[in-house]
Design a protein around this ligand. Structure first.
Ligand code: NAD
Length: 481
């Protein structure tokens, strides 16, 4: 079994504690590699290197244009290695190879886009009301950014943070999920090849409390950029408050997908199915609550069940597989427990409702694509994030009713609307409490478009031009002339 090393100050090194842990292939349900079990001493070294580069080291003396050039070169290397990195991610999280390859081929865009932005961070001269003074602003990096990511899209969610952080002149210590660390450790090889000075980006692997907490609490870390569950987000927010650190948080969701009677029903069926069953439902933006208008309820749910019932489960590397396994054993057990909760609360499993085993699924951690009808929005299955292939179907009467049910959640990450009415397509997005609203589509994201949560789905935004401000601080300079 391959034994990986952490990446600290430009070198691959053994963890200080000399311990490794197994990472698992969810399709085979067996370990395939060993990942360093980093802890506080490793984090200390990584932060020290990152801090040196952020404050006086080689990186901090580079021009913004040079920073941009390095980022764009990194993007080119990611494009070259996309297939290799995609295969590693499939091995660790069980997502479909076709999906991971598409994701990895899109990944260079973040480094090219923010690389292009690096030398366009301009201050302003303020037209003061005080004669005799000149006042101007500088937008300066924060320093060391701690990046903590989940297992569902490891490199993509790292790029969302790393590219703007570096473009703004910061340095980084990345702590990937303990379930999917390998792709980030392989990705780390590219920093030196692209020409980044040692210590600008460091990777420490390990468990949240052992490797994540020391990073969040380290006094030289200026900001935490986190994607993960809202429970962990809350814990990190509290820890970060102690050091008055900046945070951006991309957390969970319970996003509504709303199908109106005037929708193109076939398009809506495809959108709803991909919205919840892609990546076996393990996407933060999963459309896990389907709201269907009364008058088309039976027709639409019938078509949905027929289409979703054909989904082919199996090996995520096989080109004809449509639904892969759940990424981790704890997640698999959590999803199965939610199926019981839903049934106990009175929901009816109109499709699926249990584990899938044998045949093409082998020994993998598979859950049948599941559709619950008879769901009330107050039930736990409609309020809590399952993060699995489980859809709850609810009815609504009119626009007001749809808005009421859609917004009746503590989350606010995303929402989808299916309608052929232009009036509705334009009026509904303003009424939905969500950071992203899709009309007649679902799941589209881009490096150019802001992404983030309303309510308890997060703090701040990622992607897009303005978001580079999340990695900068503004200095006001007064000169007595
Ligand atoms: P998680 O919260 O369990 O773990 C995320 C990361 O936090 C891991 O690297 C983990 O090791 C680390 N961590 C755990 N405890 C920590 C602590 N006390 N201090 C510091 N770090 C700690 O999340 P997960 O199960 O890996 O991912 C699934 C979650 O991620 C879902 O809730 C999903 O909605 C969310 N997610 C959100 C987005 C988004 O953009 N909004 C995208 C993808 C996933």
């Amino acid at each position: 079994m391959q034994k990986y090393q952490a990446y600290i100050d430009g070198s691959f090194v053994d963890p200080a504690g000399g311990e490794w842990f197994e990472t698992f292939d969810p399709y085979l349900a067996e370990p395939w590699a060993l990942v360093p079990r980093c802890a506080a001493p490793d984090v200390e070294q990584a932060v020290a290197a990152a801090h040196r580069e952020a404050s006086g080291g080689e990186w901090s003396r580079l021009t913004a244009s040079r920073r941009g050039e390095l980022l764009r070169r990194l993007g080119d290397l990611v494009a070259r290695d996309a297939d290799r990195l995609a295969r590693l991610e499939v091995k660790d999280n069980g997502k479909l190879y076709a999906e991971m390859l598409a994701q990895l081929r899109y990944l260079p865009s973040w480094f090219h886009y923010y690389g292009g932005l690096a030398d366009k961070i301009e201050g302003a001269v303020i037209p003061l009301d005080k004669p005799g003074y000149m006042n101007f602003t500088r937008h300066e990096p924060l320093g060391v950014v701690g990046i903590i990511t989940p297992w569902n899209s490891p490199l993509l969610l790292t790029a969302w943070k790393l590219a703007p952080a570096l473009a703004a002149g910061n340095t980084a210590v990345v702590k990937p999920s303990e379930f999917t660390s390998v792709s980030m450790l392989e990705f780390a090889r590219l920093f030196k090849e692209a020409g980044f000075p040692d210590g600008v980006v460091n990777v420490v692997t390990g468990f949240g409390p052992e490797a994540g907490t020391p990073l969040v609490e380290h006094p030289l870390v200026a900001k935490i950029a986190f994607t993960g569950s809202d429970a962990t987000g809350r814990a990190i927010y509290r820890q970060a408050a102690g050091g008055m650190k900046r945070v951006t948080m991309e957390l969970g969701g319970k996003s509504p997908n709303i199908v109106f009677a005037d929708a193109d029903l076939q398009a809506a069926v495809y959108g709803v199915v991909s919205g919840i069953f892609a990546a076996s439902g393990q996407t933060c933006l999963a459309g896990s609550r389907l709201l269907v208008q009364d008058s088309i309820y039976d027709l639409f749910v019938g078509r949905l069940l027929a289409f979703a019932g054909q989904a082919k489960l199996g090996d995520p590397m096989a080109p004809d597989t449509q639904v892969g396994p759940v990424a981790t054993r704890p997640q698999y057990e959590k999803v199965l427990a939610y199926l019981d909760v839903a049934r106990q609360d009175g929901a009816h499993a109109a499709l699926g409702g249990g584990p899938a085993a044998g045949g093409a699924c082998g020994k993998g951690w598979f859950v049948q694509p599941t559709i619950f009808t008879g769901v009330d929005n107050g039930m736990r299955i409609a309020q809590e994030e399952v993060f699995g292939p489980v859809l709850s179907v609810l009815r609504f009467t009119d626009d007001d009713d749809a808005v009421r049910i859609a917004n009746d959640t503590r989350f606010g990450l995303a929402a989808g609307i299916w309608t052929t009415s232009l009036e509705r397509a334009l009026s509904m997005p303003a009424r939905l409490q969500a950071g992203t609203v899709w009309v007649n589509t679902y799941r589209a994201t881009s490096y150019m478009s802001p992404f983030g949560g309303y309510k308890q789905s997060g703090i701040g935004r990622e992607n897009g031009m303005e978001m580079i401000r999340e990695y900068l601080q503004t200095k006001s300079v007064w000169v007595n002339v």
